[in-house]
Ligand binder design. Sequence first.
Ligand SMILES: [Mg+2]
Length: 146
Amino acid sequence: MRPFEENFAKMLARQSMKYEELEKLVLDWGKNKGILDSSTPLRQLEKTQEELDETKAAVIKFMQSVDQTLLNGEDEETAIKNALEEVIDGIGDMYVTIILFTALASQLTKTYLNKEIDSVECLQAAYDEIKGRTGKMVNGLFVKDQ
Ligand SMILES: [Mg+2]
């Protein structure tokens, strides 16, 4: 295994906390930083967009590093490793902003619908909706049957 593959394998093998435990820690962090008291759902979604753009850039950089290595035989291992770390960082940052966005949105649903929401519940609702869906792949995306 090359060093970046070893690091990635180590990361995958790392003893992880459960999603709900991490979600709670992120929410505590957001509370401590004042985000949950003074941000808004829309502002937090803008942060998600920023993190999504960063992640897209990191994925493009990763693919380019892989291409460089495959096409030119150049040793782009460091570039690949750095780009991969940026992708991982971006995925994590997107999750953090979505968890914080959901908590801020929950403040609104609590006020107006007397119901709190959390990210697991939203994910469950999405999965329940897509699980029986049929469709086909078009240009790299799944397109559902009408
Ligand atoms: Mg980031």
